[in-house]
Unconditional design. Structure first.
Length: 268
């Protein structure tokens, strides 16, 4: 019998050796990565199955890098300063809004305690020196808010007015005074001497002066300067020396002294 040939067993495979990963590196499993610097100053290629990781390396800055960093610092500083300016502006505005809200809250709390609401409305004080009364009423709806007698100051004013009345001053004097004003074309005066409102809507002891042309303020001043304290009526008014003076304008197509004169003759 022939002797069998002696065979050798194949060498055992080399055990897998895990690479040592530095503590500041992050492990990444990949088979394709840029070349890794295995030895300083030399290069090699990654082999299939090798694990890679990222490691922070320090490199000296180039002059270009330094210039770029300086530019970035300048830009960021400018942006920071702009933000600070805007922040101050916003802060100031918000403080003003907060103060406004606090004031409104305080007003509402006071309103709740008082149980009454205040309104800023336009009112008129009508002084009737002839009857010795003062009437305060709302302009928007005519609601009378107060009706009383003359106060001591108002009574003294009446005495002063009575003492300054032009002796013998008549309605013709008022008419002539108004006609002397620039732009006035025609004047008519209607008087209600009774104790009740007449058919034309003129209140008791009032006059209605109808004027075509002229400035309203000048017309009213001419009336009170000629006959201080006279009671006037009309659909136009001006405040002269803290007193409301009224007069009217004619409607187009009618003369101031058209006959008969009724409410339709006067413009709204």
């Amino acid at each position: 019998m022939g002797r069998k040939a002696k065979t050798e067993n194949p060498p055992a495979p080399a055990p897998d050796i895990e690479p040592v990963i530095p503590p500041n590196a992050t492990e990444v499993v990949s088979t394709v990565e840029p070349p890794v610097d295995k030895e300083p100053g030399k290069y090699t290629k990654i082999q299939p199955g090798e694990k890679t990781f990222f490691q922070i390396l320090k490199e000296p800055l180039s002059e270009s890098d330094r210039l770029d960093i300086l530019d970035d610092i300048d830009d960021l500083s400018r942006q920071r300063d702009e933000i600070e300016i805007r922040l101050k502006q916003i802060s100031t505005a918000l403080k003003g809004e907060i103060a406004e809200k606090e004031e409104k809250i305080a007003n509402l709390i006071a309103l709740k305690r008082q149980g009454e609401r205040e309104h800023n409305v336009e009112v008129c004080k009508r002084i009737d020196y002839e009857n010795g009364t003062v009437t305060v009423f709302r302009v928007d709806n005519g609601l009378i808010l107060e009706k009383r007698g003359l106060s001591p100051d108002e009574s003294q004013t009446k005495l002063n007015l009575d003492s300054t009345l032009t002796p013998g001053a008549s309605f013709d004097d008022i008419t002539n005074a108004i006609l002397e004003l620039q732009g006035v074309v025609e004047v008519a005066i209607f008087h209600n001497p009774t104790d009740s409102t007449d058919d034309e809507g003129i209140p008791p002891h009032h006059i209605r002066v109808v004027v075509d042309g002229g400035e309203a303020a000048e017309i009213c001043r001419a009336i009170v300067e000629t006959r201080p304290g006279i009671l006037t009526n009309g659909n136009h008014q001006e405040v002269i020396d803290d007193h409301m003076v009224y007069f009217s304008r004619p409607v187009a197509g009618f003369n101031c002294n058209g006959s008969p004169i009724n409410e339709d003759v006067f413009s709204d």
